[in-house]
Structures are given as C-alpha cells and as structure tokens.
Design a protein around this ligand. Structure first.
Ligand code: UDP
Length: 381
C-alpha cells in the first residue's frame, strides 16, 4: 500500500518522535512531506523513506492561538501548497496526517474518495487552540477524515466535546521502545552527573520543549524552597517560545536558586539523562495530550511526578506507578519532591511499579493500533 505521510514540522517534537518508530518499521510504500526542514528529515531518510519538503514561510504565522486575520493572510500560501500536495498525493492509496496543519492541508488536497487518516495529537480545548482553529479542525475532521487516531482518551474526548464525531475516533496510545533505557552503564550516568556539575546533590529533571504550558517555571519555584535540590531542564524552545526560555534563564540567576538550575538544551541521549536524575517531573499547566516523557521517565525506573490532567492520568495510577499533583501548584510539587527525597523506600516502589506500568505503552501495541486502522482501508481496495 502506498502511503503519503504529511507532517507540518521538521523539528523533533513529540509527534514526530512518536511516529518515527512506525516509519522505521514500515518503510515500504511510504513517502513523507514536511512543511519545514529540520532534524526530523534525515531521520526519516535513514529509514529509506523519500522526503519532500514543501516550505512556505507564511504558514509559520498560523499558530494554535491564531485568529481569523492571520488565518486569512495565510490563505494564498495554503492555496499554493495545496496545489503541490494535491499533485503528489494523487499517486497514493492513503494519506496520513501526523499534525493538525498537515491534516487541514491534506483534507484540501486529497482526491475524492481517497482515504485520509488524521493522527490527532492535540487537545482541542480553549487552553490550547483559538476558537476559529478549533472549529475548523472539528469541521474538517468530521467531513474529511476517514478515521481519527487519538493518542489518548483525553485527546479523543476533547475532539468529541468540541463537536467531533465519536464514531470516527480510535484511541491508540503512543508507544516507546524500552530497550534504550536498559543499556545505560553506571559509568555513563556518573559522567553525565559530573557534566551537569552537581554530582552529589539531588537532581530533578524536567524533559520537553521550553514552553509556558510545559511548566518549567513551576519547577524552578518549587526547588527554591528545597535546599540543595537542583533542577535540570532538558529541551529547547522549539516553536518560537524563546521569550519564555529567556525568562527562565533570568529567573535561574536569582540568588535563591542561582547555581542550582542547569539548562542542557535539546539532547538526543534522553534515556541516559533520565537515568542520571533522581526524580523526573512533568509540570504541564494544561492537559498534556499524551506525555511521552512521563512514560520514558517510568521506563528509566525513576519516580515520576506529573500533573493530574490529560494523558498523564491514563499513564500514571496515582500513588502506585507515580505521583500526581494539581497542574500549576508549586506547593504540591514541592511537597511531592520533598516526600520522594526523604522516603527512599517509597521512591524505590514507585520506580519499580512505574517501570512495569510503562511497559504497557509498547511499540507493539502502537503498531497494532495503527495497523488495524490502516487495515480498514486495505480491505476496501
Ligand atoms: N525530547 C528529546 N530531547 C529533548 C527534550 C525532549 O528528544 O531535549 C523528547 C522526549 O524524550 C519526548 C519528546 O521529546 O520523546 C516530547 O514528547 P512529549 O509527548 O512529552 O511532548 P510534546 O513535545 O509532544 O508536547
């Protein structure tokens, strides 16, 4: 089956990292279109999959929070991109959109009757999307998507609550390969802790792009009242959120936490870095669509504290395989960190049970879910 995958970005965001193992395992008949070049492209090409980059800078102006004016101003760019995509798409049996912008473009570019799968990786609530983009996404999803794969029940329910058709939605949780988390040596961990520069202090890691709703600022406030605790921030400002990143750096220089905050930027050695931490925190202030970093932290056999919303509550069973705190609550996060630092037995138990739980979010289950959806169209050929 010839499948054209479409993704709006060449950056390595969660959506791109989540689909990569599937592409790696299913290169035959696959072709990818990106609307922006970046480190994602060579990783797809390494799988033996051809990639086209259809760049149009004006599209970058359309963001999740965009209103009518910026959407209208991007229409000519959309039209030209649509033409190129339609010409390419005509030769494929199935279109597979891995992001929202990609879905909207694919919906406008597909031939009549050509199946289109939308892998929905966003929570369609007012916190994440402007009303106009939400309406557009739901209208197009109902009308043009053959099937919508939602990466969590939270994502699926947000689509339905915004007016989306439930019968189109299949929930397929993201999956992660546990093996890279099992091959890290104690020496490698020691080297990393030395590199970070606070070998003997407790290190609290927060993984993910630097963005206000990812809540890195909440962690900085929480550690300010925990003497000796260090915060390690892994990730960069990927999608134009550099003002927030600058703000974090200014905050990190203030006397109460100066020398206790480490910015490592975007890294590719996530399994090793996770194992170098004492605790892993996920501090998103609005519901996380899935939360790959939560599962990764659990696979690394580390105690994970996440915020009680979205995909996080589908991953963590509170108090058993991890801890959950109220989104945005500095005091609850501080208390949870203090509890783990002072109770090695609880930490050990959470880490062990967290690993067992995280193994449920396997690549096998992910592949099975995607294959079943694609299989619906094979049988219709
Ligand atoms: N990640 C990475 N390098 C970094 C920071 C994050 O490779 O420096 C990865 C992280 O391991 C995870 C993904 O980026 O696999 C983030 O996915 P998540 O679902 O947590 O958040 P999203 O980016 O989709 O909002």
């Amino acid at each position: 089956m010839k499948i054209l995958y479409v993704d709006q970005t060449g950056q390595l965001g969660g959506g791109e990292l989540a689909i990569l193992p599937w592409l790696r395992a299913h290169p035959e008949g696959a072709h990818v279109v990106l609307f922006e070049d970046g480190p994602f492209r060579p990783l797809i090409e390494e799988c033996g999959i051809p990639v086209d980059v259809f760049t149009l800078d004006t599209l970058k102006g359309v963001r999740r929070e965009s209103g009518v004016r910026s959407i209208l101003s991007a229409l000519p760019a959309f039209a030209s991109l649509r033409g190129r995509l339609a010409r390419l798409a005509a030769g494929f049996d199935l279109l597979y959109a891995n992001s929202q912008k990609a879905f909207l473009l694919a919906a406008l570019s597909k031939r009549r009757g050509q199946p289109l799968i939308w892998h929905l990786r966003d929570i369609l609530t007012a916190e994440h999307f402007s009303p106009i983009l939400r309406k557009l996404a739901v209208f197009a999803g109902n009308r043009y998507a053959s099937v919508i794969i939602a990466n969590s029940h939270a994502t699926a329910e947000s689509f339905v609550a915004a007016g989306g058709l439930r019968h189109k939605v299949r929930v397929v949780h993201d999956g992660i390969d546990p093996r890279p988390f099992d091959s890290i040596t104690p020496e490698a961990i020691a080297v990393l802790r030395k590199e970070i520069g606070s070998e003997s202090s407790p290190m609290i890691g927060i993984f993910g792009r630097l963005s206000p709703w990812k809540g890195q600022h909440i962690l900085l406030e929480a550690i300010s009242a925990i003497p000796g605790a260090h915060a390690v921030l892994i990730g960069d400002a990927l999608f134009g959120e550099s003002v927030y990143a600058e703000g974090l750096k200014l905050r990190a220089n203030q006397p109460d936490i100066a020398g206790r905050v480490h910015f490592l930027g975007f890294r590719r050695d996530i399994p090793a870095l996770m194992q170098a931490m004492d605790i892993i925190v996920h501090a998103s202030t609005s519901p996380e669509p899935f939360g790959l970093v939560i599962v990764e932290g659990m696979l690394a056999r580390k105690p994970v504290i996440a915020t009680r919303a979205g995909g996080a509550i589908e991953i963590i069973q509170e108090g058993e395989s991890g801890m959950l705190v109220t989104p945005g609550s500095i005091s609850e996060l501080r208390t949870a960190i203090e509890r783990l630092l002072s109770d090695p037995a609880a930490t050990e138990r959470l880490s062990r049970d967290g690993r067992r739980r995280a193994e449920m979010f396997s690549l096998e289950a992910l592949f099975q879910g995607i294959s079943t959806v694609i299989g619906e169209f094979k049988s219709r050929d």
